[in-house]
Design a protein. Structure first.
Length: 80
């Protein structure tokens, strides 16, 4: 079972720093392990959909960039 706090996950930390208009977290699977990547909208200027769920951090970043575009905000390209 995963015992590391979510804040120790570098990908999660980078997503939270990059997409401050969303609350970003990992869901938990039935066995207690980390599940899907979830972003809930807190700033209407940052996106359109109230919740975005993807299976990995890369897919969530892509979806949140699409949300930025849908909200009329520029997408910032970052290289990690």
């Amino acid at each position: 079972m995963e015992t590391r706090p979510q804040t120790d996950d570098p990908a999660l930390r980078r997503l939270r720093e990059e997409f401050t208009g969303h609350r970003i977290w990992r869901s938990r699977r039935w066995d207690g392990g980390p599940g899907d990547w979830v972003a809930t909208l807190h700033d209407p200027a940052a996106g359109v959909d109230p919740t975005v769920i993807r299976s990995d951090s890369v897919a969530l970043r892509e979806a949140l960039n699409q949300e930025r575009q849908r909200a009329g905000r520029p997408v910032i390209k970052r290289v990690w």
